[in-house]
Design a protein around this ligand. Structure first.
Ligand SMILES: [Zn+2]
Ligand SMILES: [Zn+2]
Ligand SMILES: [Zn+2]
Ligand SMILES: [Zn+2]
Ligand SMILES: [Zn+2]
Ligand SMILES: [Zn+2]
Length: 244
């Protein structure tokens, strides 16, 4: 006959579940039945599992800062976005260095200071944001005929108006392409490529950090400080379409 009933610990087999249970009772060979809500650890009793989760903060919906657990993810999220956590740390998604605000983090990325994301700078962030913002909620419409390349604006042949190289922003004319290139890359045209998403607010910005800073100040009451913080990761990593 087959012994199909296995001990959960030593894998001895028995002819019946009853026999297997007796063995496991006698030798304390029951497998652990209580799992940690987040890590793979298992425990023999509910209280041992609770003790582990309390010690490590491994509850499924848990705020480590406040040592509070929540019944579901939604409640935890509401808590994290509440006043209590206003101004809490915003880690850089690439190097994990903490910033106190979305504008601080964005400034770090826009000036190309992130060691783990050296490919990011103001122009690159702008490209990412534009891709997510086809309706121009925070970016001004792109003027098509010049190419943004890292930090250098390249003048394309379309800038030639038949007699001179013309700046599309101020319509100044140059007799050499190279002079227009210099002009476009000069501080004159550090363009204000972002605008406040509040259509009643006329403010425009050269950098995304400056826009976030404006929103964080809540001066035009468009959005709350903490919702700026909530959106920053999705925006700088290009994960979501812009929509506040
Ligand atoms: Zn056993
Ligand atoms: Zn755990
Ligand atoms: Zn908390
Ligand atoms: Zn970083
Ligand atoms: Zn110009
Ligand atoms: Zn505004």
């Amino acid at each position: 006959m087959y012994d199909d009933y296995e001990c959960e610990t030593c894998y001895r087999t028995f002819g019946s579940q009853h026999a297997a249970s007796q063995h496991m009772n006698a030798l304390d060979h029951w497998a652990p039945r209580y799992s940690c809500e987040t890590c793979p650890k298992q425990f023999f009793s509910e209280s041992a599992a609770q003790k582990h989760m309390t010690a490590t903060g491994h509850f499924e919906n848990y705020c480590k800062d406040c040592k509070r657990k929540f019944i579901n993810e939604n409640n935890l999220r509401m808590h994290l976005n509440s006043k209590i956590h206003r101004g809490s740390q915003i880690p850089c998604p690439f190097c994990k260095v903490n910033y106190t605000s979305a504008s601080g983090l964005t400034h770090h990325l826009e000036r190309g200071a992130c060691q783990n994301a050296p490919f990011l700078n103001r122009e690159k962030i702008l490209q990412i944001v534009r891709r997510q913002d086809p309706n121009g909620i925070i970016t001004k419409k792109q003027i098509e005929w010049y190419k943004e390349q890292t930090t250098v604006y390249e003048v394309t042949s379309q800038a030639y108006n038949g007699s001179a190289w013309e700046c599309y922003l101020c319509h100044r004319e140059f007799n050499a392409r190279q002079h227009l290139t210099q002009h476009l890359n000069s501080p004159v045209h550090k363009q204000q490529v972002y605008h406040c998403p509040n259509f009643k607010c006329p403010k425009e910005f050269v950098t995304l950090a400056a826009l976030f800073n404006h929103l964080e100040s809540e001066t035009c009451a468009y959005m709350k400080f903490q919702s700026v913080q909530k959106h920053v990761h999705d925006i700088v990593t290009g994960r979501k379409m812009i929509g506040f």
